[in-house]
Ligand binder design. Sequence first.
Ligand SMILES: C[S@@+](CC[C@H](N)C(=O)[O-])C[C@H]1O[C@@H](n2cnc3c(N)ncnc32)[C@H](O)[C@@H]1O
Length: 234
Amino acid sequence: MALVHVDVEPSQGPLPERVAAFVRAANERIDAFFEERWKDPIVAFVPSDLALTWRVLDAIGRAKLAPGPVFCEWGCGFAAVAGLAALAGFQACGIEIERPLLEQARRLAGDFELNVDLVHGNFVPDDAGELADCANEFSWLAEGGPDGHEALELDPDDFDVVFAYPWPGEEEVILRLFDAYAAEQALLVTFRGMEGLRVQRKVSAGRPASIPRFDSRPGRRGRNDPPRREQGAR
Ligand SMILES: C[S@@+](CC[C@H](N)C(=O)[O-])C[C@H]1O[C@@H](n2cnc3c(N)ncnc32)[C@H](O)[C@@H]1O
């Protein structure tokens, strides 16, 4: 297996009203959380650029780049990205190891009436072994805790799109985990700070890099449609 780069041109223009309201609320709540916990910060939590992330998720939906609708945010924090994925028409879920963040995430999704499945747990599969080893002494990747995928009742290869924001220099771990556990043709979207977002697809050697199938926009096949497997697409 290999990961190949997928070119995605972020969508342009003003954000849809509901998306703009969600981004504003998420950023305000995140700022308030940081202020409240300045003496006791959760150091691994840094939010992505939500407006830019929306533009990339929206573009993925419009260009039908994902093989299906199931989206997971690995290490979701406030689950603002999972919320954006839901707004873009995906069936979104998220896994977070820090309970105070998970509480915030559930409140945010609830207040916007977004159907996002959020669980407490670790997204690193139990048997990942050295795939999850970080070179850095201080790693963002939490260890221990319950199995997040088990809590979701999903396996990593059930996801059509995985999103993660690893600390700079630690993206390799996410790439290794995704390459080992994700389904073929699934997309990995990573936020990379100043460099923006990167989209990669898992392919087997010799297969074409881009097999578009799923259009997440409302009116197309979307979050309320039957899972892809029931349609026999995989
Ligand atoms: C850099 S923050 C990104 C938050 C959010 N995804 C975003 O993009 O705004 C990384 C998050 O991953 C969580 N995290 C780190 N290791 C984890 C693990 N092994 N399992 C679940 N969550 C983890 C941290 O607690 C933190 O909330």
